[in-house]
Design a protein around this ligand. Structure first.
Ligand code: BG6
Length: 319
């Protein structure tokens, strides 16, 4: 039958382009129809790449980062839980490694959800994809299960939109005992030149300087330059006030807002420390990164049996 004159269907909208998800070995990669992409390694549920539609990488990843599960990944966004830094003595986390076990455990991919809303102009489409990852007590190595014997559940959600990357962590206490935790999204941002960045909205905030025997100070600068090894825990920030990373001449590069995470760690190892880290490469890559890490680390969060807690960050990139 000749169908050349068949009328086209009326009222049926063309199917919209969907985000694509691909799995490669131990990674999940999502790409939006508009071109933005994110890669998450199941080891640590570590986001290792976040690219804009033009291919511009937003996260720093060391050339010598271990991506095979043999070591926490040096770069991207490792998840710190349930302890930040070296665990204190005589605490429930004492037997855990620095920054806990979340970044060195194999997580499970729980699935994706996506949404599309199309404006009048197709270019206005505001697609997003959310990838969920889970970790629970029974998934830990025997060593970690013994060292931290609490029944917990973590759900880590990585949401990619055209204009932002959001990462949020839900902590559930599934046991009958209360537990204490700290958590941090240890975000390594890619920068062109460390000498040309400034960090804003920290002025007048109290910080603990880990490079100066953990002494407390008040930030004097309205636009903080990074000129040496920096390891500071800024405390009691308003999560809704973005931390803005800009160039020296005021062009905004990143803006980070938080939910329930009132602390921000600013870390750059600088030349000597970078050289001393076997998985940090090249040696001068400290000039190409800055860690601005949203977290809840200055005090312990107590999670009662059956309760849950959720916190996260939203990073808006350079335009
Ligand atoms: C930061 C800490 O969050 O992480 C630093 O404040 C630490 O003290 C840095 O050196 C890197 O830690 P790690 O364990 O990944 O080498």
């Amino acid at each position: 039958m000749d169908r050349s004159n068949k009328p086209s269907a009326i009222g049926v909208s063309p199917s919209l382009p969907q985000p694509t998800i691909s799995f490669r070995e131990n990674t999940v990669e999502a790409t939006l129809p508009t071109g933005e992409s994110v890669i998450v390694n199941l080891y640590g549920a570590t986001v290792t790449s976040w690219k804009l539609a033009n291919g511009d990488e937003q996260l720093f990843l060391s050339e010598k980062a271990h991506l095979d599960g043999s070591k926490p990944i040096r770069g991207g966004i490792p998840v710190v839980f349930p302890v930040f830094g070296p665990p204190p003595e005589n605490h429930a986390t004492s037997l855990l490694p620095q920054h806990g076990f979340a970044r060195n455990s194999n997580w499970e991919f729980l699935g994706k959800s996506s949404s599309e809303s199309l404006g009048k102009d197709r270019k206005d489409c505001d697609d997003s994809v959310k990838l969920d990852f889970g970790l629970s007590h029974s998934m830990l190595s025997e060593e970690f299960r013994k060292a931290w014997p609490y029944e917990f559940g973590l759900v880590y959600s990585v949401t990619l939109t055209k204009g932002a990357l959001e990462t949020s962590l839900q902590v559930q206490n599934k046991g009958s005992q209360n537990f204490e935790f700290k958590t941090l999204l240890h975000t390594y941002l890619n920068v062109d030149d460390i000498s040309n960045i400034r960090i804003k909205n920290l002025q007048s905030k109290t910080y603990v300087d880990k490079t100066q025997n953990a002494t407390s100070h008040t930030e004097a600068s309205s636009a903080l330059p990074i000129t040496q090894e920096t390891d500071r825990v800024y405390q009691a920030l308003d999560p809704k006030v973005p931390i803005v990373i800009s160039t020296a001449d005021g062009k905004d590069l990143f803006s980070i807002t938080r939910e329930m995470m009132t602390d921000v760690v600013v870390w750059n190892p600088w030349a000597e420390k970078a050289k001393g880290m076997a998985d940090f490469a090249p040696d001068d890559a400290y000039k190409k990164m800055i860690c601005v890490e949203a977290g809840s680390v200055s005090t312990w969060q107590t999670l009662e049996a059956g309760d849950s807690w959720e916190g996260g960050q939203s990073i808006r990139p350079k335009a």
